[in-house]
Design a protein around this ligand. Structure first.
Ligand code: CA
Ligand code: CA
Ligand code: CA
Ligand code: CA
Length: 122
């Protein structure tokens, strides 16, 4: 009957290890979007963007930065800028990675969806 005891021990060890892991992740700095970048330094704390691309270098990551002209608002002026690169691909003359929010090399509807979600409603 020793096999039973050893499997119980293994179960206890596994459970204890799991508890330690979850304890450790609570103890460390928060990473709400689970992209591996601590929220304190994450340039898009609400969006999983492990690569942290920031094409215009303003401190807000491409994944959550639709204020292309950096005037503090996401509005029709930014939509106009976006339209100039819509439907372009990396390598195209009109492609600019600031508009490529999901960094997939294409500026398309999914990038526009993020622009819409960040627009201040006009
Ligand atoms: Ca993030
Ligand atoms: Ca930016
Ligand atoms: Ca703007
Ligand atoms: Ca894209």
């Amino acid at each position: 009957m020793t096999w039973k005891r050893s499997s119980l021990h293994r179960w206890i060890a596994t459970a204890a290890f799991g508890a330690c892991l979850s304890f450790a992740s609570v103890g460390l700095a928060a990473d709400l979007d689970l992209d591996g970048v601590d929220d304190s330094v994450d340039n898009c704390a609400g969006v999983a963007n492990g690569a942290q691309y920031d094409s215009d270098g303003d401190g807000a990551g491409d994944a959550c930065d639709a204020d292309y002209n950096n005037d503090g608002a996401v509005d029709s002026l930014d939509v106009e800028l976006f339209q100039g690169s819509f439907n372009s691909e990396a390598g195209d003359e009109s492609y600019d990675s600031v508009f490529d929010h999901n960094s997939d090399g294409q500026i398309d509807g999914s990038d526009f969806a993020l622009l819409q979600s960040l627009a201040s409603g006009n």
